[in-house]
Design a protein around this ligand. Structure first.
Ligand code: ATP
Length: 466
């Protein structure tokens, strides 16, 4: 068994759990979630939900809203994804309710599902009510049509196994065969059966996500099963693609520190590959990372990846020689792989450089950070621990990064400097001089460029003589 550390912040979380369960008193007795759905969903989505229920009835089918949509409505949390299950012909229902742009529906006939994106943030998933069997641990399930009750039995946790009818005659009526409402009331994350984590170990990561997102706890037996599954190497059976997808979702949670801490404490990634551990002082490091991201939001590039910056922490102890093995655990895109690789290769040297920096000039900050992807720069400074402060990062992103000489390569050629590597070198030195405020006007730049050129020529002459 794995001992889970109970830090001060964990105690605070536990206190939060007690308070929030008081707010949920009475949830176990809910019979009709209609008013909650209406209160939580934007008006157009609520109307759409009703019309889907109507359409299903017209196809002699019955539609339910399930999973996160019901859970979040009861918890009073906004949710823009609708999960709908249809007893009957789900594909026909999906086709007939699709809004104007029906080309966008993505059907998966093997699983009997359809995904209808309404806009960038909102999408509707429609699936036939189904039962699932697993051919092997970690494999994708085989599905057969079933009733809503059977459909709920294949779900990950009781709090996600609650359905509400959206049929016109009993809209809002709850189906809760596994007492998910009671677990919601007392704040418990509980699996439906003992083999749940072995059948699908991504549920380990999902469970950690819910425990932390809602400030719930695992029920004791579920936690034992979770630890046992990890101990028996279940996480190793998750494909790199699914592992990466679940981690991506976990790491972009609003405050993912507790979940990342739990991942480490339960040895989830460590059980896949021994080097995937996070540094001891990770909670303050993660908080610092988030703080840096918040401070620099408007300066970070559009492709800055929050989830990737958190993943880097798990590469803090990976030896450079082992990087290929580390990358093979995940299914990263090209940029993500490059960032992880660069992080591992520059990590130790850059950390030493940051540590040794003493009142650095802006040009030194530029020299240190500009070759690094921004996720690496932020993670490295956060990793410096207590002594790391935000000032160097702030100065780099808000000032140094945006300073460029006015003169271009063409200007230098016009000044009589022949095309070649000297042009790049002069522009680089001009930028550093400008970053430190040593040149201000275009004329300053021309003078400094001539100077640099003279020095370069002298260097070449000296080298030739030697
Ligand atoms: P979130 O708010 O995290 O998106 P969600 O409940 O909407 O939560 P989804 O990943 O969208 O989660 O999945 C929808 C529903 O499908 C879940 O509520 C759950 O009932 C079921 N589900 C998802 N993944 C699994 C799984 N690995 N095993 C069993 N059921 C699952």
């Amino acid at each position: 068994m794995i001992a889970v550390g109970f830090t001060t912040s964990k105690k605070l979380i536990a206190m939060g759990r007690m308070q929030s369960s008081i707010c949920r008193a009475g949830v176990a007795g809910i019979k009709d979630v209609g008013p909650m759905l209406q209160a939580m969903l934007p008006e157009y989505l609520f109307s759409l939900l009703k019309s889907i229920g109507q359409t299903a009835s017209e196809h002699s089918s019955k539609a339910y809203v399930v999973g996160g949509t019901v859970r979040d409505a009861i918890l009073g949390r906004p949710s823009l994804d609708l999960d709908i299950v249809v007893e009957g012909d789900a594909m026909a229902v999906a086709k007939s309710i699709s809004p104007a742009d029906s080309k966008k529906i993505v059907f998966n006939r093997a699983f009997g599902t359809a995904c209808i994106p309404l806009d960038d943030e909102v999408h509707i998933d429609i699936a036939m009510a189904r039962a699932e069997t697993y051919s092997a641990p970690g494999a994708l399930p085989t599905v057969i049509p079933a009733s809503i009750q059977e459909d709920l039995l294949r779900r990950d946790f009781t709090i996600n196994a609650i359905a509400a009818s959206i049929a016109p005659d009993d809209f809002g009526t709850v189906s809760d065969p596994l007492q998910g409402l009671s677990d919601l009331e007392i704040g418990l994350v509980r699996t439906l059966h003992d083999k749940s984590f072995v059948d699908d170990p991504t549920r380990i990561i999902r469970g950690i996500k819910y425990v932390n997102r809602f400030s719930f706890v695992f029920d004791h037996h579920t936690q034992d099963q979770l630890e046992l599954a990890i101990w028996e190497d279940a996480v190793k059976t998750i494909s790199p693609h699914r592992l990466t997808d679940e981690l991506r979702l976990l790491f972009i949670e609003e405050k993912p520190w507790g979940a990342i801490w739990d991942l480490a404490q339960f040895c989830v990634l460590n059980s896949v590959w021994c080097y995937l551990t996070i540094p001891h002082e990770s909670l303050p490091i993660l908080q610092k990372l988030e703080d840096f991201e918040a401070m620099l939001t408007e300066y970070l590039p559009d492709d800055y990846s929050i989830w990737l910056a958190r993943l880097l922490l798990f590469f803090a102890n990976v030896p450079p020689a082992k990087i290929a093995d580390g990358l093979s655990v995940f299914d990263l895109n090209q940029r993500e792989s490059r960032v992880v690789e660069q992080f591992v290769l520059v990590r130790d040297e850059s950390l030493a450089a940051i540590k040794n920096m003493n009142s650095p000039k802006d040009s030194e900050l530029y020299g240190l950070f500009s070759p690094l992807q921004p996720e690496i720069a932020l993670t490295l400074v956060a990793l410096r621990g207590k002594k790391a402060n935000r000032v160097p990062l702030q100065r780099y992103f808000t000032r140094a990064l945006n300073v460029a000489p006015e003169l271009t390569g063409d200007d230098l050629i016009e000044m009589g400097i022949g095309p070649g590597p000297a042009i790049g070198e002069i522009l680089k030195r001009l930028r550093l001089a400008k970053i430190d405020g040593e040149v201000r006007t275009r004329e300053d730049e021309r003078a400094v460029a001539q100077n640099i050129l003279r020095n370069l020529a002298e260097d070449v002459e000296t080298e030739r003589k030697v």
